[in-house]
Design a protein around this ligand. Structure first.
Ligand SMILES: [Ca+2]
Ligand SMILES: [Ca+2]
Ligand SMILES: [Ca+2]
Length: 441
């Protein structure tokens, strides 16, 4: 990776606006790349750019990577930006700035190349569209064509408040046609056999090739879907796929329902990729939360932490321990009992540890690291400052009951309140890409 001039994490917030959206008054935040195991000083970023926009609505950006490019979804301004840090000079290009009613476009953005033609296909959700019914937009983003092919496909949500697209993952081929598939959740889905806010998860196969704006009834009837069976289960609040967790060589699907259980203990389901269940209710969870309001399944990630070739699963329970949060690590294929629980240090304020989780090989040894974000963490008097911790992958599995702040191999501490460190994380060219919020005004 060609190194840009080193920028300290806090060094250029508030500097001149260089990216799209510079008409906005405030520098909203920064996207940066860092690798704690390569940098001479672990808090130095190897590349960074400033995001402009509004700063006062939480700044829940989303990130995706394809080839050399980083894609940033900015749902508050319905904007998607492509950052190419490898180019000289690094380029920032606004791909979409949707003026219409696709509210929260970019809440999840995924860049893929399913047909292998070298052009990114963007899959972006807009869970706020049509009174929170939600929508998913899929289009090919030609290199210079900002609005080219704009309406290739828009999948509309069903009813207000369903929040279609609040979670979305891009999976290896699950339907047998050799092309990747998209799994989209509407975690507040209500209606038909689905109780209020039970949630519903849809597998959108690649052979689903209708174009244009598709009403819910026209697309959803044709695709497999699974739903929560209790009021408020919120099935599909988190999704994961891409690893074989069971050891049969076929990638599996994981669904989180943090509202599962009478006391919102939460639950997760591991769906066997070789034998996906028929459409319908999800049934009994693979695992349930162990305490009231644990919200188990509020976040999920899969990778291979011990390098045995079988996928491992990290599960967040953001409400466990009175809102401190916990992360459980399940090593495949023996998934049922977690081998490791990562707990926060005792503190009074909610941390919601593990609101975001990522597996990525940061040190290049072929084993994934576990990266845990706690975007709500209070730092002294600074609320929502956030925190990121990294546990290194090893053929020796992590021990039981690790403590955040004591046992991680590396951590990134916040600079200021509302920085929300760890709110969005992806892996790119050997580095950890983070979206962070600026200090504001
Ligand atoms: Ca499997
Ligand atoms: Ca493994
Ligand atoms: Ca590694």
């Amino acid at each position: 990776m060609r190194l840009l001039p080193l920028l300290l994490l806090s060094g250029c917030i508030g500097s001149l606006c260089r990216g799209p959206g510079c008409e906005d008054v405030w520098p909203a935040g920064q996207v940066l790349v860092m690798n704690p195991f390569e940098a001479a000083v672990a808090r130095e970023a190897t590349a960074a750019f400033d995001l402009s926009g509004t700063v006062d609505h939480g700044a829940q950006w989303s990130l995706s990577v394809l080839n050399d490019d980083v894609y940033v979804g900015m749902p508050e301004v319905q904007r998607i930006v492509r950052w190419s840090p490898e180019e000289d000079p690094a380029s920032v290009e606004q791909l979409e700035n949707w003026p219409g009613n696709l509210r929260e476009l970019g809440a999840v953005v995924i860049a893929g190349d399913p047909d292998g033609n070298g052009l990114a296909t963007l899959m972006a959700s807009a869970p706020g569209a049509e009174l929170d019914a939600g929508a998913v937009v899929v289009w090919e983003a030609a290199r210079q064509g900002i609005r080219a092919g704009l309406s290739d496909r828009i999948l509309e949500g069903a009813s207000p408040s369903d929040r279609l697209g609040e979670a979305m993952v891009y999976c290896p081929d699950l339907t047998g046609d050799g092309v990747n598939d998209l799994i989209v959740a509407a975690p507040h889905f209500t209606g038909g056999s689905v109780p209020e806010r039970g949630g519903r998860v849809f597998l959108v196969p690649s052979e689903f090739e209708q174009r244009g704006i598709l009403s819910f009834t026209s697309w959803a009837a044709e695709v497999p879907s699974w739903h929560g069976e209790e009021e408020g289960a919120a099935a599909g609040s988190a999704l994961a796929c891409g690893e074989d967790l069971t050891g049969d060589g076929v990638p599996d699907v994981v669904i989180g329902a943090p509202g599962h259980g009478t006391a919102r203990q939460g639950g997760i389901w591991i769906l066997d990729g070789a034998n996906l269940p028929a459409s319908g209710g999800l049934g009994t969870p693979t695992r349930e939360g162990s305490s009231d309001s644990a919200w188990l399944g509020s976040s999920l990630a899969v990778g291979d932490l011990d390098g045995d070739g079988i996928g491992d699963l990290a599960v967040g329970a953001a409400g466990a321990a009175r809102g401190q949060g916990e992360v459980a690590v399940h090593y495949g294929p023996d998934m049922v009992v977690p081998r490791t629980v990562i707990e926060p240090q005792s503190a009074d304020e909610p941390t919601h540890l593990g609101r975001s989780l990522l597996f990525a090989d940061l040190d290049g040894d072929g084993l994934d690291e576990l990266i845990v974000g706690a975007e709500d963490r209070v730092d002294g008097d600074d609320f929502d400052a956030g925190w990121v911790g990294v546990w290194r992958g090893s053929t020796t599995r992590l021990g039981a009951n690790l403590v955040l702040g004591e046992d991680e191999d590396w951590s990134l501490q916040p600079d200021h309140a509302f920085q929300r460190l760890g709110s969005a994380m992806v892996f790119h060219e050997g580095g950890l890409v983070l979206a962070t919020r600026s200090r504001g005004f």
